[in-house]
Write a protein that binds this ligand. Sequence first.
Ligand SMILES: *Cc1c(COP(=O)(O)O)cnc(C)c1O
Length: 421
Amino acid sequence: MSDDGFFGKYGGKYVAEIMRRPLDELKEAFDFYMKDKDFLEELDTIRRDYIGRETPLYFAPTATKLLGGAQIYIKLEGLANTGAHKINNAIGQCLLAKRMGKTRIIAETGAGQHGVATAAACAKLGLECVVYMGEVDVRRQQPNVATMELYGAKVVPVTSGSRTLKDAVNEAMRDWATNFETTHYVLGSALGPAPFPDIVREFQSVIGREVKRQCAERNVDIAAMVACVGGGSNSIGFFEPFINEKSPRLIGAEAGGIGPGVGENASRMTGNASREGIVQGFKSRFLLDEDGQSLPTRSISAGLDYMGIGPQLAELGMSGRIEFTAILDKEALDAINFFARNEGILFAMESAHAGAAAMKLAPTLPKDKAIIINMSGRGDKDLFITNPVFRKEKWIDFLGAELERVKNSTDIHDAASMFNK
Ligand SMILES: *Cc1c(COP(=O)(O)O)cnc(C)c1O
C-alpha cells in the first residue's frame, strides 16, 4: 500500500494544478467506501450475480502431462462477463462513482477492451458513458466499437497526436479536469497518477484472493504464478495477496513482439529501450528515446503494447520480487494452439503470453508443485488477429464473400433500413 502514492521511487501524481482536486476527491471517497459495509456488500453481490465470480481455477491435466513438470492450473478470468478481467475494475470504479454522486463516466481505450467493460458497467448501473479512443484505433477495432455502442456508450474518436491510446488518455484527462463535478474518469489499468494504481489493484485483487482460497482448499502447492503485463492490472490483482510473502515466484510476461530491437516489442522491464521517466502523470519505466520521447511499440496482442508499466510493478520488478520475461509473438501464438487443442481452452492473445511463459517454466519445476496461469481473457475477441495468421487464404475468401453478402443481401438491406432512418 502507498499512503503518498509512491511505490519506492515510482508512482506519484505529476499533474497540472487543475487535476489535483478531482484526484484528491477520488482518493478520499475511495478510502471511505473501501471501509463502508454497504458499498462492499453491493460490490460483492454484483461480482457474484453480474460478473459471475468466483471464476474457476482449472487443473489442466493434459498440458501438465505434455509439459512433464509442475502441475498447470489456469485461473479462468476469461469466464467473467464481457470476457476478461477488465470488468472487475470497471464495475468497482463505476459503483464508487455512483456513490460519489457522479452521473457521467468517461474512459480511455486502446484496443477497446476497457471501453467495452466500462460501457457494460455503465449500462448495468445506469450511468452515462463516453469513451475516448484514438481515431486509428476506432478504425482498427470496429467490433469493440460496435459492442460499446450496443451497451449505449458514445465513442469519441481522438484526432490529436498519433491518434492512439496515449492521445485518448490525454483527452480523457482534459475532459475530467473540466467536468469532474458530474464526471468520474475510469482509468483502465494499474497506472496513471495516484490514487489510480491503488484503486485498480484493489478492485482486481479479487482475482488473487480467490486463487489463494482455491489453492488452500485443494492443497495446491504453488511454486509460481504467471500473468501477462500490459499496464499491469490483471497481474497486480492476481499477485496482490502474495506480494509480501517470500513465495511463490511471481512472473510477469511482457510483449516481446518480433524481437529485442527498438520498436520491435513492448518490453518495459527487460527491453533495450527501457528507461525511467515521468509520462502521463506518474513516474515509472517506459520505452523512451534519449530525449525522453515515447518510442513506438509492437506486439501481436492489442492489449500489451502500451509504452509504460504500472509503478508498483516497476518497483517490484526492480526490487526482484517480480521476475519479468519477454514472450515473442510466435511463442504466444504457439501457446494459443497448445491450450486450445489439449485443454479446450481458448486464451486471449494477451493471456497467451502468460501461457507461453508457463510452458517454458513447467519442465524445470518438480511434479508436486504448481504453476498458476492467469488467463486474463478469452480468445473469441481475437478472430481478426488469429485467423489471418493461422488460415490466411480462407480468411481472405471469407471476408470477400462477407463483403458481397452485406452489400447485396436484400434481407440485410431490409433489416438495416429499419435502424438507419
Ligand atoms: C487489457 C488486457 C490486458 C492487459 O492489461 P493489464 O492492465 O496489464 O491487465 C491483458 N489481457 C486482456 C485479456 C486484456 O483485455
